[in-house]
Design a protein around this ligand. Structure first.
Ligand SMILES: [Zn+2]
Length: 426
């Protein structure tokens, strides 16, 4: 359904530039800013080192070093040259209460003093209590809200916040490393500031349950999640039969081991058609990278090249169906050195239209720094896993493992959107 290609084999639509085409863009004396040179004012990147304060401590897999290594890599590659990083401030209670209840906010605030027995999903192995938990979590929300505000006030068409994407947090409890649900709060805020048709696409390996729950009965928000099958992975939700009101919850549960071509085949068979029907004013995407084959917490088998292809596709879809408006946030991702920095550097580059060619070598400054900090780590050499992301459109004669999921999802929701689930042209 997406792209100029008819049915058949589809290659990534990422742009490839030889070398570092943006190398000459800078902000030194006498030089024009990047925003002038490349029209970058319509792109917003939110980042501040204070976001590293969302630290669940010890050997918890959700380690903020992944964000630090990403920003460092993107900087070394020149992706952020001339970009004015937007510094967030913490969200206030008024915003947090859009999604969460007062008792939960009070519990998060008090948790560091109260100790382990605070309830609300806090003080568990997944969601340990840490000092400054409320403040750090509110800052994550504030960072995604800042990105949303830039789009709402017209200052940016696209905005990205790699520190966001805490999609599991629920109304009254923490879940899956997530304290406050920045995605849901930002969408709620946008609904009160000029938007009434928002599409949310969640590419994390885990079901985007918290965002789905927040808008399950709200026809203004189309939530779509591709994830490892709930039989095989926490949180155990995200079946195709979970369709929300009028089909505005869409779930594509994928078999463990699904690789780039299968994932992209499933995405292409479901998401573009629904976006075309729904006609969103804005595309919000949670871009978790725990779908990578080396991720320690799950069992999909995507590559950095697959992630890059996903981001290029999301950008295309935003341009095609959402008037170019795209709010991208991070999410899961627990291969801290080999995966997250490269994949999210591709995300930042894609949002900024500074696509990094896959064969780009990793900068020596980055690899040296990482090598000193983690001598045992196998450090990748380039911005690629050397995987081919070419895939075949669903509807061909092939019978791929993901086709059961595709059929289940299409049959569950396509009729609710006036589409024929069995017709590959829809
Ligand atoms: Zn995840």
């Amino acid at each position: 359904m997406l792209g100029d290609e008819a049915q058949g084999t589809v290659r990534s639509r990422c742009r490839s530039r030889p070398g570092r085409a943006y190398q000459t863009v800078g902000t030194g004396p006498g030089r024009r800013s990047a925003s002038t040179v490349r029209g970058m004012s319509s792109r917003a990147v939110v980042w501040d080192a204070a976001l590293l304060g969302y630290d669940l401590g010890g050997d918890h897999p959700f380690n903020p070093v992944r964000l630090e290594l990403t920003i460092r890599l993107a900087t070394e590659l020149g992706v952020l040259d001339g970009v004015d990083l937007l510094v967030p401030s913490a969200a206030g209670d008024e915003e947090l209460l859009r999604v969460h209840v007062p008792e939960y906010l009070a519990a998060v605030r008090e948790a560091p003093e109260v100790g382990w027995d605070v309830g609300h999903g806090l003080g568990t192995t997944d969601n340990p209590v840490f000092n400054g938990m409320h403040e750090a979590s509110a800052l994550v929300v504030g960072s995604t809200l800042l990105a949303a505000r830039k789009i709402a006030d017209g200052a940016a068409r696209r905005a990205v916040n790699i520190a966001g994407g805490l999609h599991h947090a629920m109304r009254d409890h923490a879940a899956g490393f997530c304290i406050y649900n920045d995605c849901a709060i930002a969408i709620s805020w946008l609904l009160d500031h000029g938007f009434d048709r928002i599409a949310y696409v969640d590419t994390d390996v885990h079901h985007g349950d918290g965002v789905q729950a927040a808008f399950y009965d709200d026809p203004r928000v189309l939530t779509m999640s591709l994830h490892q099958h709930p039989f095989t992975l926490w949180p155990g939700t995200g079946y195709a039969a979970e369709t929300g009101r009028d089909g505005t919850a869409v779930n594509i549960p994928l078999p463990p081991g699904t690789r780039d071509p299968g994932w992209l085949r499933a995405f292409q068979a479901v998401v573009p058609s629904l976006l075309e029907q729904f006609r969103p004013q804005l595309l919000v995407t949670q871009c978790g990278v725990d779908s990578h084959e080396e991720d320690p917490l799950a069992d999909l088998s995507l590559s950095v090249d697959g992630h890059r292809a996903i981001y290029c596709t999301l950008r295309d879809l935003a341009e095609r169906y959402a008037d170019g408006r795209w709010l991208a946030v991070g999410g899961g991702g627990y291969q801290l050195i080999r995966v997250v920095p490269r994949s999210w550097t591709h995300l930042l580059a894609t949002v900024l239209d500074r696509d990094v060619p896959p064969e780009t070598p990793l900068p020596p400054n980055w690899t040296t720094t990482v090598g000193r900090a983690a001598p045992a780590a196998r450090i990748p050499r380039a911005m690629t896993d050397e995987k081919d992301t070419t895939f075949k459109h669903w509807g061909d004669a092939a019978d791929e493992p993901v086709d059961i999921a595709i059929r289940d999802t299409r049959r569950a929701v396509f009729p609710l959107h006036g589409l024929d689930p069995d017709d590959p042209r829809d």
